[in-house]
Design a protein around this ligand. Structure first.
Ligand code: KG4
Ligand code: ZN
Length: 364
């Protein structure tokens, strides 16, 4: 197929303002530019993302990101075939900032507008990076999301399970906070855990006694808090070794839960008899070497290929939105000026809504 489609993508659903230009040609996607303006320092003093501050920063930055993305791609709006934008799920003020910008660009240029589900953006990324064929199994595991999905088509996903409370990234961040480590906590906990004994403290593996691939991570940090307080009571404080052992024990518990739930999700997925079975991951937590190794081992044991896109494409970015937009464009799925910004937008409407709410707002 020689179809060439070039899309501008916009992302603003949490604390990253992003714009990117992606081109499909000869059946393969190429990222021509990808600009991400983070907001970490704006929220640092508050210990989490403040929705109003995030929304204001998106409004201030989004058009600058669009300009930079076009410039880095060496293109003008006249070279673009359409505008894709995250229309949810996420923090509503931020999503609105992106959707309004995209609508303005579309109205001014006459280019088609395509509303993209942020989770679909993550879930379709392995098709951009590794040209995966449907159906493939996907684990989204970040500070805001945690779910197993079977990706069947650009607009068709089956959710096999998800967290019923915290996302693992949130649990890592809260653990870091409890142990006095800086944010974002995930990488800090991982570094501290390297010198730790994962067996000294045995943390719970929640929901393993229940069938299916739903997960729960909020009890883990409560268990960690209890052990920390007990150590402080006994010894008046934590040693470097205590902290390392707590981090290692916590990380091992998260890795065990994800690995066991992955085994179950894989069994469900394999019942479809996919021609080329694959487990792909996305999200910041997929950067964790222990978790990645646990998932790789499960894939090895079940004869699945393991695919992890480069980290910059696993975390929030607009290239994934432009690519998901291209997938919708090819199917003729366009939106009008009435495109709505949606705080919640489950990918699989046949499943009950997830009740948790992460740093990105509702978990969908
Ligand atoms: O995908 P991401 O950048 O943003 C969200 O969509 O949330 O993921 C960020 C999350 C944070 O909670 C961060 O602590 C966690 O991913 N994270 C990690 C690691 N690197 C980032 N968690 C565990 N180990 C890591 N190495
Ligand atoms: Zn995300």
């Amino acid at each position: 197929m020689n179809e060439t489609i070039t899309l501008l993508g916009l992302e603003s659903s949490c604390d990253d303002t992003a714009a990117a230009v992606v081109r499909l040609s000869d059946g393969r996607g190429t990222i021509l530019s990808s600009v991400v303006a983070g907001q970490t320092e704006l929220h640092a003093a508050f210990g989490g993302v403040v929705p109003e501050i995030a929304a204001r920063a998106h409004v201030e930055k989004i058009d600058l990101c669009v300009e930079a993305a076009l410039e880095q791609a060496g293109l003008g709006l006249g070279d673009i075939d359409g505008i894709a934008v995250t229309a949810g799920p996420g923090l509503i003020g931020g999503v609105l900032a992106g959707v309004m910008c995209a609508k303005g660009l579309s109205a001014a240029t006459g280019l088609p507008l395509i509303g993209v589900n942020h989770l679909a953006g993550h879930a379709l990324t392995p098709r951009l990076t590794d040209a995966l064929s449907f159906p493939y199994l996907m684990l989204l595991v970040s500070g805001g999301h945690c779910q197993f999905l079977i990706a069947r088509a650009p607009d068709r996903f089956t959710r096999l399970g998800g967290t019923i409370d915290d996302a693992p990234g949130e649990a890592f961040d809260k653990t870091a906070k409890l142990l006095g480590l800086p944010q974002p906590g995930g990488p800090m906990v991982e570094v501290a855990a390297r010198d730790g004994d994962p067996k000294r403290f045995r943390f719970p593996r929640p929901l393993l006694d229940r069938p299916g691939s739903d997960m729960s991570f909020s009890g883990l940090k409560t268990a960690l808090l209890r052990v920390r307080d007990q150590l402080v009571d006994e010894k008046g404080g934590l040693t470097v070794q205590d902290r390392a052992d707590l981090c290692a024990g916590f990380q091992a518990a998260v890795a065990d839960v994800l690995a066991e739930k992955a085994r179950r999700a894989i069994a469900d997925y394999l019942s479809d008899a996919p021609a080329e079975p694959v487990l792909a991951v996305a999200g910041g937590v997929a950067a964790n070497a222990t978790i990645r190794a646990a998932l790789e081992q499960v894939c090895h044991a079940t004869c699945l290929r393991f695919v992890a896109p480069p980290l910059a494409l696993c975390t929030d970015n607009a290239a994934m939105i432009a690519w998901a937009g291209i997938e919708r464009f090819r199917l003729g799925l366009f939106d009008g000026p009435d495109l709505a910004a949606r705080p919640r937008w489950p990918l699989d409407l046949s499943q009950p809504a997830l009740v948790g709410s992460g740093k990105k707002g509702a978990k969908a």
